[in-house]
Design a protein around this ligand. Structure first.
Ligand SMILES: N[C@@H](CCC[C@H](N)C(=O)O)C(=O)O
Length: 291
């Protein structure tokens, strides 16, 4: 048995257990992660974020080659113990965890590079907490049909990759968004090879106010079930809505989720268009765990 000191944190209600394992000595098994995340018998969380030095984890070697300053790697696990490439809410909470624990510094106007399974991601401070550049996004996975419990008809989704896979589905209105039962895994046909997070969105009316688009979203996350928020999902949802809205649609979006609200911004970069996510990073409590 190993004792780990953990912090419980969240970003718009998407909650995580965070701990430091600088030397990479505590590689939790899927069963151990699932036990920690269990809301009845464990701490309870949507995922676990292990802070491990990039040099101490196999996936970190590629990260250091890309960006030698990415000292820390965010080892993200879903609540079922599976590994995911990226977590948009998690990385803001992770950045704050590194800073508050003196593991990293972020000068005013500076950037904190963090290693993830989808590459190095740059975090900066923002008015609402932290902003992360999620990098280049791409349409991926076509337009599969999506069925969810309590939705009367199957609807076409749009596959979008923002470092991890998403399928975004537009619903007819607020009633449909409320009544969809996301306790059950939505059925996506054809099934994405590596699974997908599925976002259900409803545009606000009007869609755009003062140059900012606004949508509401609920999500069923791969490996974690329905969560109160998904940062990469919010970015995918804004990208899909802009795609559907066509010419003239804005590059700035506010995405309302059951746990709060996050900002999404698309901007040109040297290697193509990037998408950035901003929002809060909160801590709730600290404790010790035997694993
Ligand atoms: N909640 C996260 C996404 C976490 C990973 C996801 N469940 C997956 O398996 O891809 C976010 O805020 O982006």
């Amino acid at each position: 048995m190993t004792t780990i000191r953990f912090t419980k944190g969240h970003g718009t209600g998407n909650d995580f257990v965070l701990f430091t394992d600088a030397e990479g000595a505590v590689d939790l098994s899927p069963a151990q992660v699932a036990a920690v995340c269990d809301r009845h018998f464990g701490v309870g969380a949507d995922g676990v974020l292990r802070a491990v030095r990039s040099e101490s984890i196999p996936e970190g070697a590629a990260i250091l080659a890309e960006e030698p300053d990415a000292e820390w790697f965010m080892d993200y696990r879903n609540a079922d113990g599976s590994k995911a490439e990226m977590c948009g809410n998690g990385i803001r909470v992770f950045a704050r965890y590194l800073l508050d624990n003196g593991l990293a510094e972020l000068d005013p106007g500076g950037t904190l590079p963090i290693g993830t399974r989808s590459g190095v991601r740059d975090v900066i401070r923002s008015a609402d907490g932290f902003q992360v550049d999620l990098g280049r996004w791409r349409l991926d996975g076509g337009e599969p049909l999506v069925r969810a419990k309590n939705l009367r008809v199957a609807r076409p989704g749009l596959g979008i990759d923002v470092g991890n896979p998403h399928v975004v589905v537009a619903l007819a209105g607020e009633d449909e968004l409320e009544s969809a039962d996301l306790a059950y895994v939505p059925i996506v046909e054809p099934e994405p090879e590596h699974g997908a997070n599925v976002e259900f969105v409803v545009p606000s009316d009007p869609l755009v106010t003062d140059g900012v688009g606004r949508i509401r979203m609920r999500v069923h996350e791969r490996g974690s079930g329905e969560t109160l928020s998904c940062g990469t999902g919010a970015a995918a949802a804004a990208l899909a809505t802009r795609h559907w809205a066509g010419r003239g649609a804005p590059d700035s979006w506010r995405v309302d989720v059951p746990g709060g609200s996050v900002g999404v911004r698309m901007f040109p970069a040297e290697d193509g268009e990037h998408v950035a996510l901003s929002g809060p990073a909160e801590f709730v409590f600290e404790g010790e765990l035997e694993v």
